[in-house]
Design a protein around this ligand. Structure first.
Ligand SMILES: *Cc1c(COP(=O)(O)O)cnc(C)c1O
Length: 373
């Protein structure tokens, strides 16, 4: 089945005797046991599993072409569960442009137990020179947040395989509609489902999807189940509902982002545009090879420094100044000020989550804001 069909059907396990077309929300925390003490419905207690989470995990696994998935209460909870499977003293290689919440998790929560290096993972020589006997994990995020750097996933996997290192890809920016890391050889995909999967800026969630149900996955499942960072049945229902339109929403996001990137690149007020779909993007060739389409996120640097960037944001009418991404509404953000004091993000950089409004309205809004510069 193709992705549009999977998105609609794989998460909808309607088997209610009423004939309801949509799976009901099962709020029960606990499930009735049989006379023999068994569990005839297959469910025991909702932290371990719940019918709505099962349905969500099924559609997540199928969308990414994986064999198993686990749904979490947030993207950070999903990421943390991966780090918690490692042993004290294990070494992680992570990108220098890593989502700041996960970078800070490593730096603040795992500094005493894990070793890590934040490097340019797309530079093969740099990558190889950082591999140590205790390196167990390479973390990828491509396109990255907020610089939209693209990493050659196949190259990294080639290096990792030689050293028996696992590769995890944070696929939040791309979604499986635009990029399928498991098909390229990654061991695990991570998502903040708060973003495009949810798609309406009204729920938080995370996910891990694995190529194989192996020993490592069983360890991840233990962290999931014993740790208990799970989404509620209602959140699972909401996500399953949103995922049905994910492929079509992504087409709109990608289409609008490409047009906005083309427009911005031609404007004299703009110093640089970062979008993998532009021929000027430093890794455009890699993006063309490994992505199915270029995603809905872009960043641009405004001439005139932080003041000019803030002026642009403050005169926009349709774009909302807010963090996060992936919703139907366009968001814009001065990224350096949200990332904290250790940020390397340029002060004149604005990150845009291009929404599904009409592109002409978005371009007009930006044109007007530029006229204030
Ligand atoms: C938002 C985000 C996360 C964290 O997800 P939460 O749902 O906010 O916990 C991780 N990675 C990327 C790329 C993100 O954009």
């Amino acid at each position: 089945m193709k992705i549009e069909t999977i998105a609609i059907h794989a998460g909808n396990q309607a088997n209610d005797s009423s004939g309801a077309v949509i799976q009901p929300i099962t709020m029960a925390t606990t499930f009735k046991r049989g006379e023999d003490g068994g569990y005839p419905g297959g469910y025991i207690y909702s932290r371990s599993s719940n019918p709505n989470r099962t349905a969500l995990e099924n559609v997540l696994a199928k969308l990414e072409g994986g064999s198993v998935a686990a749904a979490f209460s947030s993207g950070n909870a999903a990421g943390m569960s991966v780090f918690q499977t490692l042993k004290p003293g294990n070494h992680i290689i992570a990108p220098d442009d890593m989502y700041h919440g996960l970078r800070n998790q490593l730096k603040n929560l795992f500094a005493d137990t894990l070793e890590f290096d934040f490097i340019d993972v797309n530079d093969q020589a740099v990558l190889e020179s950082h591999i140590k006997p205790n390196t167990k994990l390479i973390w990828l995020e491509t396109p990255s947040n907020p610089l939209l750097k693209v990493t050659d996933i196949k190259m990294v996997i080639g290096v990792a395989r030689q050293h028996h290192i696992k590769v995890v890809c944070d696929n939040t920016f791309a979604t499986p509609v635009c990029q399928q890391p498991l098909a390229l050889g990654a061991d695990l995909v991570m998502h903040s489902t708060t973003k495009y999967f949810g798609g309406h800026s009204d729920l938080m969630g995370g996910a891990l999807i694995a190529a194989h149900d192996d020993e490592w996955w069983q360890k991840i499942k233990q962290v999931h189940e014993y740790g208990g960072a799970i989404p509620s049945p209602h959140d699972c229902y909401m996500l399953v509902r949103s995922i049905k339109t994910l492929p079509y929403r992504m087409k709109g996001h990608v289409d609008n982002a490409m047009k906005l990137a083309d427009f911005l690149e031609k404007q004299p007020q703009v110093e640089a545009v970062m979008y993998p779909g532009l021929a000027s993007h430093p890794q455009h060739q890699i993006a063309k090879e490994q992505m199915l389409s270029f995603g809905g996120m872009l960043s641009f640097a405004v001439k005139g420094g932080e003041d000019a960037a803030r002026k642009v944001i403050n005169s926009l009418k349709i774009f909302t100044q807010a963090t996060s991404l992936g919703g139907v509404e366009s968001l814009i953000e001065h990224r350096a000020s949200v990332e904290g004091p250790d940020t390397k993000t340029p002060k004149n950089l604005l990150r845009v989550s291009v929404g599904l409004e009409n592109i002409d309205d978005l371009i007009e809004d930006i044109t007007l804001s530029f006229s204030h510069l």
